[in-house]
Design a protein around this ligand. Structure first.
Ligand code: NAD
Length: 441
């Protein structure tokens, strides 16, 4: 018996997608329970601002920062003392991400509907955003890059990066987080994490220095269940991105896959969190056995053995045996993984048939770790099945399409009867009268 529990769907006719969704491994994440935990935190920060945020920070992060806003000198110092190799790697990550995200910005679209009648979709950036970089079990300077690059590409005018303070960095966020922000040209960083962070970003407050902490219009970025629950609670007051919670990887493999590559990639995402999900979907029992055999020594020899072992042996992880690749695609579509690797013959053709995934990594040389840091793609991706309806963070996330409608008198006259007819059909005659009043005189 390997570390991954096994589900054999080869003998069955696959059930329809809705049923399959209930069968695939999934963490029993109790968002309702998390909502109840974070509600008092959000309420307290709304009522008592920074003082409440600092109390929760002391409780959860075991440190009380001198101020929420990180002093400019600390940002400069972090960049000045950054390991040159890490700086060069971050620069590679930033330049590749910038190349991809610059091309995601859609131009305004002007449609001439009829002579004299146009509808323009004008894309306008959100004015001020809060970008979250996690800092609990691990710290994620890469998430600073993945948030900031699309926001800047969209033309966001004012942005704040937030990350939990670290007890071993004097109550400042991790130095590499600060350095990454500085490298990207961000000058506003807040030392606050979790639900209290989202609440403070949404409501604003007065810092310990007396400085105004201006609220934001939108909060994006990945985080644990408490952050996710707070984003859900505050949605509406602020915009949010798709829920990017605890990491998931699914690998669709046939008998051409290299079991050591597959095992390494399953481990790489399990490293994030004991609740992370690693799922192998394969047509080959031999590959499943070989992956199991490879996992044990590899898990034992890596740094975060216990966290990885817990993630791989949890109910959210496992191997699913399928009869053929068609069934494999049906299973990965039902799962809708945050990250999906295709390790099969003719991987590009298989990938083209997948409908639901946050990001797809094609073939033997495109592991998820590449996408985590340096592919140019974004790593803030939907989890928990949200990839069925949402995409990852992109430049468009920070842009709103505003419809600008402009008709001439004649163009309105030409369609007036149809507007009146539909208004009457909806029993909203005043809608029609707003048009006919213009032509009554
Ligand atoms: P985090 O910054 O999300 O969480 C730390 C914060 O959690 C703390 O500051 C604290 O405020 C809060 N917290 C901790 N225990 C709490 C409790 N009992 N009650 C209320 N609040 C509490 O960092 P993390 O914990 O390391 O989680 C990061 C997550 O982000 C991981 O699960 C990782 O897989 C995920 N991630 C996802 C993506 C993605 O795109 N989906 C990318 C990177 C990371």
């Amino acid at each position: 018996m390997g570390m991954l529990r096994r589900l054999d769907l080869r003998a069955d006719t696959l059930p329809r997608a809705a049923v399959l969704r209930g069968i695939v491994p999934r963490a029993a994440i109790d968002v309702d329970a998390a909502l109840e935990i974070v509600r008092p935190i959000v309420d307290a920060v709304r009522e008592r601002g920074v003082e409440a945020a600092l109390e929760y920070t002391e409780r959860f992060d075991k440190v009380r920062p001198a101020s929420v806003r990180v002093p400019a000198a600390a940002l400069a110092e972090a960049l000045g003392t950054l390991d040159p190799a890490v700086r060069a790697a971050l620069e590679t990550s930033i330049s590749r991400a910038r190349a991809v995200h610059a091309e995601q910005r859609r131009a305004d679209v002007v449609t001439k509907v009829v002579p004299g009648g146009t509808v323009t979709e004008r894309f306008v950036p959100v004015r001020r955003v809060g970008l979250y970089a996690p800092g609990g079990l691990a710290v994620y300077p890469s998430s600073v890059v993945m948030n900031v690059v699309p926001a800047q590409a969209a033309g966001v005018e004012s942005l704040v990066v937030a990350s939990p303070p670290q007890a071993d960095n004097g109550g400042l966020p991790h130095p590499t987080i600060l350095a990454a922000a500085a490298l990207l040209g961000v000058d506003e960083v807040w030392a606050v994490g979790g639900a209290q962070c989202v609440a403070l970003l949404a409501h604003g407050g007065t810092d310990t220095s007396g400085e105004d902490l201006e609220p934001v219009d939108m909060v994006t970025g990945p985080g644990n269940i408490y952050l996710t629950a707070a984003k859900r609670l505050l949605r509406g007051l602020i915009g949010i991105d798709a829920e990017a919670g605890t990491t998931e990887i699914a690998v669709l493999a046939d008998d051409t896959a290299d079991p050591v590559h597959v095992a390494a990639d399953l481990i790489s995402q399990a490293e994030h969190d004991p609740n992370a999900a690693s799922v192998l979907v394969t047509t080959s029992e031999a590959v499943a056995d070989a992956v199991d055999a490879a996992l044990a020594p590899m898990v034992g020899s890596t740094k975060h053995t216990e966290r990885i072992r817990t993630a791989l042996s949890g109910p959210q992880s496992g191997t699913i045996l399928v009869a053929n690749l068609d069934d494999g695609i049906a299973v990965v579509d039902a799962y809708a993984a945050e990250h999906l690797e295709i390790q099969t013959a003719d991987a590009a053709a298989v990938a083209a048939r997948v409908r639901n995934a946050g990001a797809i990594f094609v073939g033997a040389w495109s592991p998820v770790s590449l996408g985590d840091y340096c592919a140019g793609s974004n790593h803030v991706l939907p989890t928990g099945g949200c990839a069925r309806h949402s995409g990852g963070l992109s430049t468009q996330t920070f842009l709103r399409g505003i419809h600008v409608v402009e008709y001439t008198e004649q163009a309105l006259r030409d369609v007036a009867d149809q507007v009146v007819t539909l208004a009457v059909a909806e029993d909203l005659p005043a809608h029609g009268e707003a048009v006919s009043a213009r032509f009554a005189r």
